[in-house]
Ligand binder design. Structure first.
Ligand code: SAM
Length: 271
């Protein structure tokens, strides 16, 4: 039995393959696809959906914020709740009295966050983005080229990717680290086994899922400009532990933000 979401996917898939707008299939349900190749692609794509491959991987792109990003199986499919990081970054940049700002994204994945920020601000930004996955760096680079944003990409493990002589200090650091723990939580309901394990659980999965966030928080003071901010997404049950950890690392808690479902989701930390 297929659910309503599957039917929406099929409609979007048909429109995508026919290279028509999404309403096309609804407006012309009896219309044939343009050629035999389209039917072959449709049949292959339906097989992939039946195997549980996420729709975004099947069509090769995902919508995030106001933009469209190519996604490969090397990157997390960007989530709606992560748009909070983009909105809050744009607010923080617009409130800054500086005109030239240095921004860093740690764990860039598809590049959806950093590219959306750069496309939505009028400030002059020098942007660096890192990831330990070469496949993610490649995907993010391709998205940045396609969308015409200028980002310097660096491969490496969290802060180790940076060069202390050349990079930083940063006015704004953004991170959506892997934060799914191995303990059973309802966070997993929206996860796919086709998404890279390193994006969800990190290099060394842990029960609480907070290891990577803690590595980022513990190095943040060294890389933040005075008055700079670290914006971080986290698991719904990690707000207290990460806030306490940030305070013990000399950072200020500026804001704690819930997502649209009312779950604790983002911390804004200050130096
Ligand atoms: C949850 S995904 C976020 C991707 C993207 N920023 C987004 O929000 O859609 C976490 C990202 O961190 C990267 N990552 C995981 N462990 C890392 C590490 N030790 N050092 C650097 N990046 C890491 C993963 O490859 C992945 O791209």
């Amino acid at each position: 039995m297929h659910d309503a979401k599957y039917n929406i996917y099929i409609r979007r898939l048909i429109s995508h393959i026919a290279q028509k707008p999404e309403y096309w299939y609804l407006a012309y349900p009896c219309e044939e696809l343009p050629n035999e190749t389209c039917y072959a692609v449709l049949s292959e794509s339906l097989k992939k959906l039946d195997m549980g491959i996420p729709f975004e991987y099947v069509i090769g792109w995902s919508e995030f914020y106001k933009y469209r990003f190519q996604v490969t199986e090397n990157v997390l499919i960007p989530r709606e709740e992560t748009e909070i990081l983009v909105e809050q970054s744009i607010n923080a940049l617009s409130r800054s009295i500086k005109n030239n700002l240095k921004v860093l994204e740690l764990g860039v994945g598809s590049g959806a966050i950093i590219a959306s920020i750069l496309l939505s601000t009028s400030k002059s930004i020098s942007a660096i983005a890192t990831d330990c996955s070469p496949g993610a760096i490649l995907a993010a680079k391709n998205n940045s080229i396609r969308l015409g944003v200028n980002v310097a990409f660096k491969l490496g493990d969290w802060w180790d990717a940076l060069n202390s002589e050349e990079d930083g200090p940063f006015d704004l650091i953004i991170a959506n680290p892997p934060y799914v723990g191995t303990e059973k939580t309802n966070e997993k309901d929206t996860l796919s086994s086709y998404e890279p394990s390193i994006s969800l659980y990190g290099k060394k999965p842990s029960q609480s899922g907070t290891n990577d966030a803690m590595k980022i928080i513990s190095g943040a003071s060294d890389w933040l400009e005075d008055g700079g901010k670290l914006l971080m997404e986290h698991g719904f049950n990690q707000r207290k532990i990460l806030s306490d950890f940030a305070i013990s690392n000399g950072l200020l808690i500026l804001e704690q933000i819930d997502d649209l479902s009312g779950l604790p989701r983002v911390l804004i930390l200050g130096k």
